[in-house]
Design a protein around this ligand. Sequence first.
Ligand code: CDP
Length: 217
Amino acid sequence: MKRGGPVLAVDGPAAAGKGTLAKRLAAELNLPYLDTGLLYRAVGRLVLDAGQDPAAPAEDFARRLTAEDTQRKDLRTQEVARAASLVAAQPGVRSALVDTQRRFAQARGGVLDGRDIGTAIFPDADVKLFITASPATRALRRFLQLGEDPAADDAKARLAEMEAALKARDAADAGREAAPMQVADDAVVIETDTLGADDVLAEALRVVRERLGARVA
Ligand code: CDP
């Protein structure tokens, strides 16, 4: 079925700045925005709340997911990220969430960020971006985002711990059989180690306008 607007896929590894970029792109282009990671985080959260092992089948939680579940304030922890990655490896969980993601963009198009948007959810996306940075850069971003204190005595150890957790999650996300994180053939890769948020947005907008021309504002 024809969609009511362009779809922009923003994929990449943990803490690469996908969310910041995707949100700003959506505002700039007046398109709806969906953080698909929140769907998996919400499933992970429900599984943890139920006292269940996140590696155990979680499809039922994904089928019953509500909008309120995805709006909870306690989805951004490392524990939930780990649980999200474990439930996200399950084909049953992923297929339960496919329609929600596709329907989201049906009426007006949209900007969606995640791991498999350009490869599995919208292989026909109008623009595909893959946002990445070195593990050290990403660990520092997540460290600051979580409000950790860089001057604390254990800051170095905490950073190293965070980097190890990100790498483990990336390896799981890229290595799983069900819709693994990978760069789509037709994606534009943006390396953000030396770029600030404004630079990343400018580069992304350049790509979008080159691809879509008059179809976007
Ligand atoms: O914010 P961050 O980049 O750390 O993670 P996220 O985007 O919130 O995603 C959390 C986890 O959900 C990821 O590690 C993936 O395992 C999973 N995920 C996925 O499998 N597919 C997506 N489209 C989005 C997230």
